[in-house]
Design a binder for this molecule. Structure first.
Ligand code: HPA
Length: 279
């Protein structure tokens, strides 16, 4: 796989030449979950301006790179609209913006995604923190030879979703008046939603949430030493959990309905000095 190393270095050099500050946090917003955040907007550009390959759009997914300074002075690279493998991007392309932010200095990855809920007790609209993942895509952004300087050849994934950040998120959610249950996320290739048989398999194998993103980003982030916190919105019960067909519109609508809670939680987290502490 082409890891786009010279392209990444060129983008990093362009960032520095523009005088942009080094980011502390990279925030990736999932499908229909691109909420506005408080702070000073230092700039917003089409994501395409930072990528060495063309961007293909999906309904409901904006693609912008925003630079935000939080009221506490934290520098955030906010990637609004992510790239998905099912759009034809290679895993290295999917993680390019994230790797750029890591290369520029970000130490924490905060992400959101929309997922199918495998647990019947989690209705659409439930927000959950991911505790662990299963990569069912059959691929990895570490296939081939990423530069040795980016991270270890065989990165440890045993605490990929930082326990301290999950606890922080749980505490903030409680203060905001809602629970934040935790679950295992299964990353599937998509773009077809799963069959009921696949969802039964995933449940048997220990998954609580299913989606078409996230797992490659978390692998790339852990490879580069970032701490990860990922919030999943249960956009719909996964196939077969209730007797109803799945529609992308339903996923987008659930995102709109949860955006207040999500924005409040992200705001609280970005304002918490513990977000960027080393483990
Ligand atoms: N399956 C996979 N991805 C999803 C789903 C789902 O049910 N809902 C939102 N993203």
């Amino acid at each position: 796989m082409n890891h786009l190393v010279p392209e990444l270095e060129a983008a990093a050099a362009r960032w520095h030449a523009a005088g942009h500050p080094a980011p502390d946090v990279v925030l990736v917003a999932g499908s229909g979950l691109s909420v506005d955040l408080p702070g000073t907007r230092r700039g917003a550009e089409p994501l395409a301006d930072w990528l060495p390959f063309p961007v293909r759009s999906v309904a409901g997914h904006a693609h912008a790179l925003e630079r935000i300074e939080t009221p506490a002075g934290r520098q955030v690279v906010y990637l609004r609209g992510r790239l998905h493998g099912y759009q034809g991007y290679t895993p290295a392309e999917v993680v390019f913006p994230l790797r750029l932010a890591a290369r520029l200095g970000a130490r924490t990855l905060l992400m959101t995604n929309a997922a199918g809920g495998i647990r019947p007790e989690w209705p659409a609209g439930t927000l959950a923190a991911i505790a662990d993942q299963i990569n069912f895509t059959g691929s990895s952004p570490l296939h081939g030879e990423p530069p040795a300087g980016w991270g270890p050849r065989f990165p440890d994934m045993s605490a990929a979703y930082a326990p301290a950040l999950r606890e922080l998120a749980r505490q903030h959610a409680a203060q905001l008046g809602f629970e934040l249950p935790e679950g295992v996320y299964a990353g599937m290739p998509g773009p077809a939603y799963e069959t009921p048989a696949e969802v039964r398999m995933l449940r048997t194998l220990g998954a609580d949430l299913v989606g078409m993103s996230t797992v490659h980003e978390v692998i790339a982030a852990r490879h580069m030493g970032l701490r990860c916190l990922v919030l999943s919105l249960v956009a719909n019960p996964a196939a077969g959990v209730v007797d109803a067909p799945l529609h992308h519109d339903e996923v987008l609508e659930a995102g709109r309905a949860a955006s207040g809670r999500l924005a409040a939680l992200l705001t609280a987290l970005l304002g918490d000095p513990r977000l960027n502490e080393p483990d």
